[in-house]
Design a protein. Structure first.
Lengths: 122, 212
């Protein structure tokens, strides 16, 4: 699971008012290189919840993103490569996503998050 | 990529080995899948460089087609772990990089508008009434640019009304009518195979700028 996916997933358990962001529990992180596309990064930047990305990156062992970011920083290639790495190259291979309100764990196996709800959670 | 080339690559994909009738698992054939993604790319620019999601991906044919047509990221969602296994094998075979997610589409918890385009062949709602509309409702909430979806031609008026009036779409257009071939897969199928008339729709969602 990429942090791109993490940045849009939230817990939808019955009764939860703010299920975002999900906490990450790491068992295994892998890195896969992908080609950097500056235009794509510039387009997606305003849609990303930056705080959640910084926190998730740190949990996955990548602490190089600045706490705050703005559109001007997208002109820096150093910033772009860090943003690219955090958003698209880090994968949670094994671990879990944890609902911030209830603590319910959603397992991640072989890189696939299982967000299925139990009957009493719908 | 040429249409013929896309269709032939999709034709090699593995399909459901034990299809589940309650999920209305029918394969999206390479003919239809290649035309959907080709149109989305060539006529509307909804694929290349975009984040594309495939809702109810099954064996992952539409998601694979999106990746082949140059989607920057593809997210394929399905409720069924057997389908996801086949879909990820298929992605590996074609050396495609696809993000998979196991979830019931109607219970998806989603923030923001990172997904540009959704392509889907939802359950037609024959076994589970309204399943097709639940998919469409969710897709129109999540995507920021376009939703491509197949629905039975017999439900055309209903689909249009629901999309525009109930789900806030700002445009709903039938791009073409297709023949969807249903092979004899389940025991209740009396004929060897049959064609049903299916519409390929393109919907444009209304994007509400909430960043939460």
């Amino acid at each position: 699971m990429r942090l791109l996916t993490h940045n849009m997933l939230s817990s939808k358990i019955k009764g939860v008012s703010n299920g975002f962001p999900l906490r990450i529990e790491v068992e295994k992180v892998i890195e896969k290189q992908v080609e950097l596309n500056p235009d794509f990064l510039k387009n997606i930047f305003p849609k990303v919840d930056w705080k959640a990305l910084v926190e998730a990156g740190r949990t996955m062992g990548f602490a190089e993103l600045p706490e705050e970011a703005d559109l001007l920083m997208l002109d820096s290639s150093e910033f772009l490569s860090k943003f690219h790495h955090a958003l698209l190259e880090l994968h949670l291979e094994e671990g879990a996503l944890v609902c911030p309100e209830t603590g319910r764990k959603f397992p991640v196996n072989k890189g696939i998050p299982n967000m299925l709800l139990h009957e009493d959670e719908v | 990529m040429k249409l013929k080339q896309l269709e032939s690559l999709l034709g090699d994909l593995e399909q459901f080995s034990n299809p589940k009738v309650e999920l209305e698992q029918y394969p999206t054939g390479p003919h239809i899948a290649s035309r959907i993604l080709f149109t989305a790319h060539n006529s509307f620019g909804d694929v290349n460089g975009k984040v594309v999601a495939d809702f109810g991906c099954g064996c992952g044919t539409l998601g694979a087609a999106a990746a082949l047509m140059g989607a920057e990221q593809v997210i394929a969602v399905d409720i069924d772990s057997d389908s996801l296994k086949i879909a990820s094998h298929n992605a590996e075979d074609l050396e495609l990089d696809i993000n998979f997610l196991q979830c019931d589409v109607k219970n998806l918890g989603w923030r923001g508008h990172i997904v540009d385009t959704i392509v889907m062949n939802p359950p037609f709602g024959t076994r589970q009434k309204g399943a097709d509309m639940e998919f469409l409702h969710m897709a129109l909430k999540i995507s920021s640019q376009a939703v491509y979806s197949l629905h039975k031609t017999s439900t055309r008026d209903h689909v249009k009304r629901a999309a525009l009036r109930d789900f806030g779409a700002i445009n709903a257009e039938v791009l073409c009518e297709l023949r969807y071939n249903i092979p004899q897969m389940y025991s209740f199928h009396k004929k060897r195979e049959m064609d049903i008339a299916v519409d390929l729709w393109r919907f444009v969602p209304k994007v509400i700028e909430d960043m939460q």
